[in-house]
Design a protein around this ligand. Structure first.
Ligand SMILES: Cc1cc2nc3c(=O)[nH]c(=O)nc-3n(C[C@H](O)[C@H](O)[C@H](O)COP(=O)(O)OP(=O)(O)OC[C@H]3O[C@@H](n4cnc5c(N)ncnc54)[C@H](O)[C@@H]3O)c2cc1C
Length: 367
């Protein structure tokens, strides 16, 4: 029977653990999730999952076929969870998105993939103080996810399926898992987010330079909005920062989160007050429904970016401090898409685990 260690208590590690338990229940003797931080911990800025929006709005380009597959599978499952699992912290919402007419339409609009897709009228574009000669809008059904509620839901599913969840001290290098576990696991799943490159610096030195943070800045408001809004290309007069956009996602329990920023390689933990004022001003201008909104919290978070996109694959590392080989399936560097591609990525992890176990994966009947 296999003994598996999943490193990471964020959405990537938890979803990977759950899918592995569902796929390989006859093969897995023991599956342990190991992490320094778990849902409910807010002290570590490099633990990204608590800070997400989070919604589904695929960022995959037309040429990124694998990423599109991940996002497609996850869209379907998140919508199912919203319908079936009241405790999951996921709720369906309509999203109104506004794009430059000159920009390439997202794949899910071109393919008509998303539910309830329709183009918004020019009047609606105008009513949002956007120029209909430059901007067009679309509406479709997506989800809002409360990250802490959802990740706690995943933990309860893992424990129900027989998995173990254990807090550990920060590892310095990935092979320290052997000491923590007291044996060489049959398989390690590496979901260490923005720290993954550093953990691999001895065994896979190129990775350290590939992983980088993408800073986000968020305001939380008490007021509700019955739909989500994304304005990707803000009018020039609206944005002091080139990395600024607007997204407003109502949360399942009420209130909204308001972003945003996507600043590559910015690891400063400070909240920029000027940017906060700008985000609020821009929100009030384009969403008059929220013109009297009250901000009750603001924060920054760091998306785990990686040159070349997420790394999902199998590596065999010769151990130097022990005799043997560490088999590692990686799942890190997903950037701003950790929730919206979580099940697709986790099913790929299962495919690589199958290689390691020489066993065929089956799609779980119920996730
Ligand atoms: C502002 C903002 C908005 C976002 N909005 C969305 C959205 O709308 N939709 C979406 O899909 N995504 C969104 N994201 C992105 C999403 O949050 C991330 O992609 C996702 O959380 C990454 O999860 P992860 O599990 O890979 O990493 P993390 O959540 O960072 O988890 C890493 C885990 O590894 C553990 N770990 C790391 N290093 C060590 C070590 N050395 N020793 C022991 N344990 C370690 C940590 O304790 C943690 O448990 C957003 C992110 C931000 C910041």
């Amino acid at each position: 029977m296999s003994k598996i260690a999943v490193l990471g208590g964020g959405v990537s590690g938890l979803t990977s653990a759950l899918c592995l338990l569902a796929q390989f229940k006859d093969t897995i003797g023991e599956l342990t999730v190991l992490a320094s931080e778990y849902p409910g911990d807010y002290h570590a800025p490099d633990y990204t999952s608590p800070w997400a929006g989070a919604n589904w709005y695929s960022l995959a380009k037309d040429s990124e076929h694998l990423q599109i597959q991940r996002d497609k599978l996850t869209y379907t499952l998140l919508l199912q969870l919203a319908d079936r699992e009241q405790n999951s912290g996921i709720k369906k919402f309509h999203l109104k998105t506004f794009l430059q007419k000159s920009s390439i339409l997202p794949w899910f609009v071109k393919e008509g993939f998303v539910e309830g897709l329709k183009e918004l009228s020019e009047e609606e574009v105008k009513s949002r103080k956007l120029d209909p000669s430059q901007i067009r809008g679309f509406e479709f059904v997506t989800v809002s996810i409360n990250p802490t509620r959802y990740n706690n839901y995943l933990i309860s599913q893992i424990i129900n399926a027989g998995g173990i969840v254990r807090r550990i001290k920060r590892l310095d290098t990935i092979d320290q898992i052997v000491e923590v576990m007291g044996h060489i696991p049959s398989l390690v799943v590496n979901c260490a987010g923005v720290n993954a490159g550093k953990l691999l610096r001895e065994m896979d030195p190129d990775e350290q330079g590939k992983v980088y943070p993408v800073k986000g800045q968020i305001l939380q408001i008490y007021e509700d909005l019955p739909f989500q809004v994304i304005i990707e290309d803000l009018p020039e007069e609206d944005k002091p920062s080139p990395d600024q956009f607007l997204n407003v996602f109502p949360r399942p329990e009420g209130g909204c989160i308001v972003g945003g920023l996507a600043a590559k390689n910015d690891y400063s933990k400070d909240i920029d007050p000027e940017l906060s004022s700008s985000i609020l001003r821009v929100m009030k201008k384009h969403i008059p429904e929220l013109s009297t909104a009250t901000v009750y919290n603001s924060y920054v978070g760091f998306r785990p970016g990686r040159e070349g996109g997420v790394r999902i694959g199998l590596s065999d590392y010769s151990l130097t401090r022990h005799i043997g080989v560490l088999k590692v399936v990686h799942n890190y560097g997903i950037g701003g898409s950790g929730y919206q591609s979580s099940y697709g990525s986790a099913m790929e992890v299962c495919g690589y685990a199958e290689k390691a176990f020489s066993q065929r994966p089956r799609c779980p009947a119920r996730l």
